[in-house]
Design a protein around this ligand. Structure first.
Ligand code: PHE
Length: 347
C-alpha cells in the first residue's frame, strides 16, 4: 500500500516532463502493480486492486486538468515579446539563454563616461528627422551641392512625391536642438557641452568599411573665447582616454557648411602606433583620418538664437564603429549588424 502511495507522487511529478500528459497512464510501474495481484494473499487482492484504480483515477484527474490547460494556452495568441519564463509554451521550444549588451552599446557607454568626466552631458538623436535639422539649421541652403554628399535616405510625400522626412545621415542634425536646449547655460556663465552618440544612416554601397546603418558621436561646445586649440585638445584627450595610451593628432583643412574653419582630424594609429608597415588597422600609414570637426559657423549659432559676436564654439562628429574597429582590430564593419553570435559573444 505504501508502495502505491509513493508511486503516486513519483508519477505526478513525472507528468510535467511529458509532452503528452496522458502517457503517464501507460507507465510500466502501473502494469507491474497489476502483475502483483495474483501473487498476493486472496484476501488482500480486492483492496489492492481498488488502490490501484484509485491511483489511476487520481492520475486521470490531473491529466485532464493538464490537457485543458494546454488546450487553453494553444488558443491564446503567443506573445513573442513576453519574457520567456512568462510564456508557458516557450521554455519547451527555446532555452532561455541570457542575452548580452551589444558591443557598440558597451563601447558607447564608455564614450559617455569619458565625456561625462570632461563635463559633457549625453543626448539622444532620433531615427527620423526633418529637412530643417538635416540641412537648413546646418547652413546648407536649398539646392546647396553639399546636400548630395550625405547620400541621405528620404521619405517622399505620397501624393506630391516631394521630399519629406530623412533618416539622419549624421548626428549634426542635433546641433540646433542642443544649442537651443542648453543656451540658458550661457546666461549663467556656464558652457554648452553635450555629446550625442546615436544611430545614423546613409545610402551607401556596402563593403568592409561602409554600412548603411552606423553610429556617430557628435560633440558641441559653446562658451566665450572658445578656440580651435580647445577643440583639438578635447579630442586628443578623449581619444587617449578611450585607447588608454598617448596619441599624436593632426588636423588638415576641410569643408563643412556648418563649421568655419573646418578640419579633418587624424590620429596616430592606436593599434600599431606607426610601427608596423603591414598593420591591418592603418595599412602601414601610421595615421588614420578619423573625424570631421571645426568651429561652429556663426550662422548656426544665430539660428539657435545665440549671439556669435559674444560666443564661439566647436563641434565634431566621429564614427563610433570605426573607433571601436580600431580598438579591437575588427576587419569588417558589417559584423556589428550581422547578428553573428560568435562575433557578438567575444565582447
Ligand atoms: N557631420 C559631419 C559628418 O558626418 C562631421 C562634423 C560634425 C563636422 C561636426 C563638423 C562638425 O561628416
Amino acid at each position: 500500500m505504501e508502495e502505491i502511495a509513493q508511486l503516486e507522487s513519483t508519477l505526478l511529478a513525472r507528468i510535467d516532463e511529458l509532452e503528452t500528459p496522458r502517457d503517464i497512464l501507460k507507465a510500466p510501474e502501473i502494469k507491474q502493480l497489476y502483475a502483483k495481484i495474483p501473487t498476493l494473499d486472496p484476501a488482500q487482492r480486492g483492496v489492492f486492486g481498488q488502490k490501484i484504480n484509485g491511483l489511476k483515477q487520481a492520475l486521470e484527474r490531473v491529466v485532464a486538468e493538464k490537457e485543458s490547460q494546454i488546450e487553453e494556452s494553444a488558443s491564446v495568441p503567443l506573445d513573442v515579446t513576453a519574457p520567456l519564463h512568462i510564456n508557458s509554451k516557450l521554455p519547451k521550444l527555446l532555452s532561455a539563454e541570457q542575452g548580452t549588451v551589444h558591443p557598440l552599446r558597451q563601447e558607447i557607454a564608455k564614450l559617455i563616461e569619458i565625456f561625462g568626466r570632461m563635463g559633457f552631458v549625453a543626448e539622444e538623436s532620433r531615427e527620423l528627422d526633418d529637412q530643417y535639422h538635416m540641412f537648413e539649421s546646418l547652413n546648407f541652403p536649398a539646392g546647396h551641392p553639399a546636400r548630395d554628399e550625405y547620400d541621405t535616405f528620404m521619405t517622399v510625400q505620397k501624393d506630391t512625391n516631394e521630399e519629406a522626412f530623412v533618416a539622419p545621415a549624421h548626428t549634426s542634425t542635433m546641433q540646433n536642438r542642443i544649442l537651443k536646449k542648453y543656451k540658458e547655460n550661457l546666461d549663467k556663465d556656464e558652457p554648452i557641452a553635450a555629446v550625442v552618440p546615436d544611430r545614423t544612416f546613409r545610402n551607401e554601397d556596402l563593403d568592409a568599411r561602409h554600412e548603411h546603418t552606423f553610429y556617430q558621436i557628435e560633440g558641441v561646445y559653446v562658451a566665450k573665447n572658445v578656440h580651435a586649440g580647445m577643440l583639438i585638445a578635447t579630442l586628443q584627450k578623449f581619444l587617449e582616454e578611450y585607447y588608454g595610451k598617448k596619441l599624436e593628432v593632426r588636423v588638415n583643412p576641410f569643408y563643412f557648411p556648418f563649421t568655419e574653419p573646418s578640419f579633418e582630424f587624424a590620429l596616430s594609429c592606436p593599434f600599431c602606433e606607426g610601427t608596423n608597415p603591414s598593420c591591418k588597422v592603418c595599412g602601414g600609414e601610421g595615421w588614420i583620418e578619423l573625424l570631421g570637426c571645426g568651429m561652429i559657423h556663426p550662422r548656426v549659432l544665430q539660428m539657435a538664437g545665440i549671439d556669435p559676436s559674444v560666443y564661439t564654439g566647436f563641434a565634431f562628429g566621429c564614427g563610433i564603429d570605426r573607433l571601436v574597429m580600431m580598438k579591437y582590430a575588427i576587419e569588417d564593419v558589417r559584423h556589428f549588424e550581422s547578428a553573428k553570435l560568435d562575433f557578438l559573444k567575444q565582447f
